[in-house]
Write a protein that binds this ligand. Structure first.
Ligand code: ACM
Ligand code: ZN
Length: 511
């Protein structure tokens, strides 16, 4: 029975299962061809089988991969299936890998009757192991105690394959976040965008600015109860290191100058017009934002980023920049003086000025800045990477191409997984409907009219206003994230929605 044979948390769930569709579970056409998601570039079946009943020999290049806690986790997952993976770190001569893997995330996986050989650079090896786990799960799901001999050669279509999680509107534990990361890794997503701050709660421990935690991390709900929490610096390091073992880069988002009431609740002197602010207990856009005219705000942000970026060894820091109403800036003497002093045209250019100050600072910390597409409303320069989200995103993507900014697609209408996933009555979610089929049909490379030279890839965003539990997060994120993962990894020419659904059904045990 599933409960003992499938201990791994599956992404499929009740009460509504938008997939498989009402037409029933599609059958795999060719059961000789094992299902993998995302679909590999090349899968060649060979004669013979590898029995799974005994310890498996896994050959890889010496020192190619260290025995990490992640590997132990993999072993324990497979141990539930009574499979012991013995890691043989020697590459025997008859298993010499040809041809060389060139893509930084590419891998080769060979199953033959003697054992399993994997090759690839760092992250490629991790992807190879995830493919292997999918194969093993599938075999067990089929009641097979053997794997067919085969060779897989594989690499991704896009470098940026991301999933986001908002932990401000609702807070999720370290264990839940790590479980989310497990799911990302299983479908070869490689970027985790961690939305750590917003009007409704500040979620990062700060030693320099402790009121962010004492005050900004908590909100008073309408029933009078207190809701909130934050990750200690130690916990953040744990998550980042866990992600890194899975081959995932963590991108922290500290949303400024808007979406920052949690900061203002703690340090109201950073507002244009200080008063007693409260961390917000409802959803929407606040008119109160950080004052860009006060030197104190700039100093605060620089000190804060110096502290926080120490926790995140990755290349990127996301500074938000979205939905920052300028009404206060228009009336604030500090903001207006800054506009005059710096020869800026208007309040949008003031936001760009703030951004550029922070870009200079982040550069000293070796970080590249990412911002939502509102940053293109001013003159941000070519350096920041733009996350395209408003409307269908085509305008912003086209503008980014024209201005020379690299960009990531996450258009609202396709990549916002807080939207309903079916039109069924009672289906949880907000706004419109985005189905798994629509996500699967998404082709970032054909999204705008010209050849996308500066496109890095895409991601989906999981805003949690309507997701009070982690169960609900998983319900909303999957299987749409699985469809996105295939859209971002596999050969666009090979995509086939019906066949994808059949693979999805066949891999239910392990996704
Ligand atoms: C956003 O959805 N406000 C980026
Ligand atoms: Zn101001």
């Amino acid at each position: 029975p599933r409960s003992t044979l499938f201990p791994y948390t599956t992404l499929f769930r009740s009460p509504f299962e938008p997939f498989p569709s009402e037409t029933g579970t599609p059958a795999l056409q060719d059961t000789d061809q094992p299902p993998l998601i995302p679909k590999p570039r090349k899968l060649l079946m060979k004669k013979g089988f590898l029995p799974l009943g005994q310890p498996l020999c896994l050959y890889m290049e010496q020192h190619a991969i260290t025995r990490s806690s992640w590997q132990r986790k993999l072993e324990s997952e497979l141990a539930h299936l009574r499979i012991s993976l013995s890691f043989n770190v020697r590459l025997s001569s008859e298993h010499h890998i040809q041809p060389q893997i060139t893509h930084s995330e590419g891998y080769r996986l060979e199953v033959d009757s003697q054992g399993i050989v994997i090759a690839g650079k760092g992250t490629g090896l991790k992807h190879a192991l995830q493919s292997l786990v999918q194969l093993i799960w599938w075999a067990y799901y089929q009641n097979e105690r053997q794997l067919p001999n085969l060779t897989i050669e594989d690499y991704p279509e896009y470098e940026w394959r991301g999933l986001h999680l908002d932990v401000s509107r609702h807070f999720f534990t370290v264990e839940e976040v790590c479980s989310y990361l497990d799911s990302l890794a299983r479908i070869k997503l490689n970027r985790f965008h961690w939305h750590l701050t917003d009007d409704q709660g500040w979620r990062i421990e700060s030693h320099k600015f402790p009121k962010l935690n004492a005050i900004g991390a908590w909100r008073k709900e309408t029933d009078g109860s207190s809701y909130g929490g934050f990750y200690t610096q130690e916990e953040i390091k744990q998550v980042v290191s866990y992600a890194s073992e899975l081959g995932i880069e963590v991108i922290p988002e500290i949303d400024i100058p808007g979406h920052s009431l949690a900061i203002l609740a703690a340090y109201n002197e950073l507002a244009c017009f200080p008063k007693a602010f409260e961390t917000l207990n409802c959803w929407g856009i606040s008119e109160d934002i950080l004052c860009a005219g006060k030197d104190g705000t700039i100093c605060f942000l620089k000190e804060l980023f110096s502290e926080i970026t120490e926790l995140f060894p990755g290349r990127y820091v996301h500074l938000g920049g979205d939905e920052a109403p300028k009404s206060n800036w228009k009336n604030c003497p500090h903001c207006q003086k800054r506009i005059i002093d710096k020869g800026l045209a208007d309040e949008e250019e003031l936001q760009s000025w703030l951004l550029k100050e922070l870009i200079k600072h982040l550069k000293t910390l070796n970080k590249t800045l990412i911002g939502w597409d509102e940053i293109l409303d001013g003159k941000p320069g070519k350096e920041p990477i733009v996350m395209v989200w408003r409307g269908d995103g085509r305008d912003a993507a086209t503008k980014a191409e024209a201005l020379g900014n690299r960009y990531i697609l996450c258009p609202n209408q396709i990549c916002y997984f807080d939207w309903h996933q079916s039109a069924r009555e009672g289906e949880p979610g907000a706004f419109g409907v985005t189905t798994v089929e629509q996500v699967y049909a998404f082709e970032p490379g054909l999204y705008i009219d010209k050849k996308p030279d500066l496109l890095l890839g895409a991601q989906a965003n999981v805003w949690t206003e309507q997701m009070p539990s982690f169960e609900r997060v998983k319900y909303m994120a999957f299987p749409r994230a699985i469809a996105l993962a295939e859209s971002l990894w596999s050969d666009p020419q090979s995509k086939d929605i019906e066949e994808f659904k059949a693979r999805l059904a066949a891999l239910r045990g392990c996704l």
